[in-house]
Each structure stands twice: as structure tokens, then as C-alpha cells.
Design a protein around this ligand. Sequence first.
Ligand code: SAH
Ligand code: DHB
Ligand code: MG
Length: 221
Amino acid sequence: MDQETFAAVDAFVEATIVPADDSLQDALDVAAAAGLPAIQVSPPQGRLLQILTRLQGAEKVLEFGTLGGYSTILLARALPGGGRVISLEANAEYAEVARGSIERAGLGEAVEIRVGPALEALPALEEEGAGPFDLTFIDADKVNTPNYFAWALDHSRPGSLIVADNVVRGGTLAETTSDDEATRAQRRLHEMIAVESRVTATTIQTVGGKGYDGFTIALVR
Ligand code: SAH
Ligand code: DHB
Ligand code: MG
């Protein structure tokens, strides 16, 4: 089996049970036209995020890394009326693109994007008493995943979910001597979770149109 097969299966799944509607396709098209990198979650993984958000009955969602708003739209759509997503994005141009797509998707009321490095946005969230978040999706700069995870955990409730994307990184997660900072951060995330009594967690490896990666899901006790 190879990457071509993985991509073909994703394409089949997308064509059958995870079709894009006009708003999602618009978000992807506008992001591509604006030159944003196509590193959004895959449609099947996006659907999983929606299912998890629904299962949570989530009303407050925190996202690290908005990009063009693709995952943000999916998360926002999974909320009940009055639910809100706060999404943190370092790149002001990306945030502007995302805001447009979110607005056109009719989700302007449900989403707030805060521009700036996510770590710098956290003190204000803390001060406002934002949270506890029912679900946190960590998908920004990978070196900070452990920092975002620690903050999310402190701003969760029993039963909250924390999902971190891109933790497997082509399998480099298993390399004890990787000198890649992003990979080392994912190993550190696992070491943190290993001694963290507040969560039950697992990591699932994935293949698909976007290659070989995986995500960690942590349920807060
Ligand atoms: N969640 C998006 C994809 C996010 S890609 C989706 O699935 O649709 C990662 C994003 O994190 C990029 O937009 C990048 O600009 C942003 N990012 C990088 N460093 C960041 C930081 N320090 N704080 C917040 N966002 C950051
Ligand atoms: C990449 C993929 C992602 O899902 C992401 O959040 C950031 C970067 C990548 O393939 O480079
Ligand atoms: Mg990602």
C-alpha cells in the first residue's frame, strides 16, 4: 500500500459520506486563491472533529490555529445555538481570509478569531474567565503543542476533550533521537500525558490524502 492508495481511499470516502458543501468548498477555494497553504484537516478528520464536538454537547470550543477557517467552520457547525468557537491565529492575513469565509458560511456570530501568537492571547482569555472549554483543538505551531495542551487542561472541566493534530509526523514520533523540534515537542506531549493523572488519552495514527500523521485525543477526568 502506498500514498496513492491512501489518497484514493480518502477521495472515495469524501465522495460518498463526507461531501463538501458550497460553504466549505468556498472556504477552501478562497484560501487557495489567497495563497494559504493547504494544510487544513482532511474532510474525514474534520468530520471526526464534528462528531466529537457533537458527542461533547460542546458549547465552548477553543482552537489553536485557524488558517483559512476550514476546521473552524466545521467546529462551529457542530455547536448548538449560542455555542461559540474562539480560534487563535498568528497570521493576520490568514485570519482575514478565515473571517470572510466564516461570515459567508453564516457563522460570524458563533466564531471569534483572535490574531497574534496563541501563547500571547492566553492571558487575556484567562482574565476574561473564558472557558472551561468543552473541546480544545490544538493545530497551530507544533513546537508549542505541549504548552497549549497544558493550558487547555487547566481550562477544561471533567469530561472535556482535548485533540492535538499532527503528533505522529511521518512516524518520527517514535524516534528517540530526532533533532526536529516539532517532533521533540510531540514526544514531550506524550511524556507529559504519561504522568498526568487528569486525563485518559490515546494517539491514533492516520494515513490519507495528506500522508502519514496522527492525532492525540485526551479525555479530562
Ligand atoms: N486548523 C486549521 C489548520 C491550521 S494550520 C484547519 O484545519 O483548517 C496551522 C495554523 O497555525 C496556521 O494558520 C499558522 O499561521 C498558525 N500558527 C502558527 N504559529 C502560531 C502561533 N504561534 N499562534 C497561533 N497560530 C499560529
Ligand atoms: C502541516 C499539516 C497540518 O495539519 C498542520 O496543522 C500544519 C502543517 C504540514 O503538513 O506541514
Ligand atoms: Mg494540522
